[in-house]
Design a protein around this ligand. Structure first.
Ligand code: CAP
Ligand code: MG
Length: 412
């Protein structure tokens, strides 16, 4: 039994055949040792030398620590370690983000990034619609899409949900969505809600306004595709999946279903459990890359340090890049900036994230002093002002709804 070394510092590996990962590691061990522990545990090793690990197995399947820069460790995994034919994210995650989090010798480890090789990417289809597809549906080629989350997040019945959507669309919003905790509760059955919202959206269309509303279908793996097909039949114009609670396979199953012909909005509720700690967990950038592979058309990326949810601007930009970069062969995911949005912070978000985003406000629409329609108008006015480079205070002089929103919440 021999003890193998997983260190290959400085070795240049072929990007066609290796998956590269970056981990931020906190440990009392020498960093090289800690990095080797991770590479071993996640590929051919375990806590001791083993008689069954032969040279040829090690040579073909062992991960390699190719760089250490302070607390940042690069580990490359041979493509053969992944079961490409089944193309499954669960197996990928068990390799790049599995047992390593529990290792006693590692005090903290955060998977910061992953770069997949072409043979793995080829097994995924990416978004059916992507940012451009969504914009085409809505006839809005350049300005940020402006949306709302129906609030309160639970409690409204189908009729009141539809009335909210109609008011929001009448105020100019392009997107509506269910909240992450609403699926098919007794107070708001999904069939009745979907049909009522579809009627509201049809009415808006007759009046000349295009809008989509994402119905949350987050449910068990064995049911989610059927539910997606059902809500589409009942008139859904978009579908929403909570990716962390449902799993990437759920997004993929729905997005790759050829019968599904509406975009998939991906919510990331519970992501904070793994993304929030800077020294432990999994970065949102990794989540974003996997969602894009699995076919999400729009994905929450945070408000780049401006809204109610934590998340710094630099991380937000990395998430945005994962949704939008040109270096992978998929359509681009529309980044969604949501969480504590209100008109006064719209320019800050657009300054940080640009125009190719969906800006969304729940409380920042429903909390307007004159109700949902005025709240929607105020959000659209804020987006128009920022798009045209006009300060909000000036624009508000002849836009009453924006003026009222600024009086209520201010700006920053
Ligand atoms: C926003 C929201 C979203 C958050 C999630 C909420 O509502 O509906 O779920 O955006 O955060 O319930 O908080 P408000 P993230 O506009 O009323 O805040 O997008 O960061 O995952
Ligand atoms: Mg929500």
């Amino acid at each position: 039994m021999e003890n193998y070394s997983y260190l290959a510092l400085g070795e240049e590996l072929d990007r066609e055949n290796w998956v590269f990962t970056k981990y931020r590691v906190t440990t009392d061990l020498p960093m090289e040792k800690a990095a080797e522990n991770i590479a071993a545990e996640q590929s051919t090793g375990t806590w001791t030398g083993i008689s069954t690990l032969k040279d040829d197995i090690f040579r073909k399947y062992a991960a390699k620590v190719t760089a250490i820069d302070g607390d940042m460790v690069t580990i490359a995994y041979p493509v053969e370690d992944f079961c490409i034919e089944r193309g499954a994210v669960p197996q990928i995650l068990s390799v790049i983000a599995g047992n390593l989090f529990g290792l006693e010798t590692i005090k903290g480890v955060r998977l910061e990034d992953v770069e997949f090789c072409p043979s793995i990417l080829k097994k995924y289809k990416g978004p059916k619609f992507g940012d451009k597809g969504l914009r085409d549906i809505l006839g809005r080629p350049e300005k940020p899409l402006v949306g709302t989350i129906v609030k309160p997040k639970i409690g409204l019945n189908p009729k009141d949900t539809a009335a909210y959507v109609y008011e929001a669309g009448s105020g100019g919003l392009t997107n509506g969505k269910d909240d992450e905790t609403l699926v098919d509760q007794v107070f708001c059955p999904i069939e009745a809600r979907t049909k009522a919202v579809a009627e509201a959206i049809d009415k808006l269309k007759e009046e000349g306004h295009r809008m989509v509303h994402a119905i949350n279908i987050s449910t068990n793996g064995q049911d989610i595709r059927d539910l997606a097909e059902d809500v589409q039949k009942w008139g859904a114009t978009e579908i929403m999946v909570d990716v962390i609670t449902c799993g990437y396979g759920a997004v993929q199953a729905v997005a790759e279903d050829p019968k599904i012909k509406v975009p998939v909005h991906v919510h990331r509720t519970m992501h904070g459990a793994m993304t929030k700690d800077p020294l432990n967990g999994i970065s949102m950038r990794v989540v974003s890359k996997l969602v894009r592979m699995c076919g999400g058309d729009a994905l929450h990326i945070g408000t780049l340090g401006v809204g109610k949810m934590s998340g710094d601007p630099a991380e937000g930009r990395l998430n945005q890049d994962a949704c939008q970069s040109d270096d992978i062969p998929f359509k681009k995911v529309l980044p969604v900036c949501s969480g504590g949005m209100y008109p006064g912070i719209v320019p800050g978000v657009m300054k940080a994230a640009g125009n190719n985003i969906q800006i969304q406000a729940g409380g920042g629409v429903a909390g307007h002093p004159r109700g949902v329609r005025a709240g929607a108008m105020a959000m659209c006015q804020a987006v128009d002002a920022a798009y045209e480079g006009i300060p909000l205070a000036e624009y508000a002089k002849d836009h009453a709804e924006l003026c009222e929103a600024l009086e209520r919440w201010g700006s920053k």
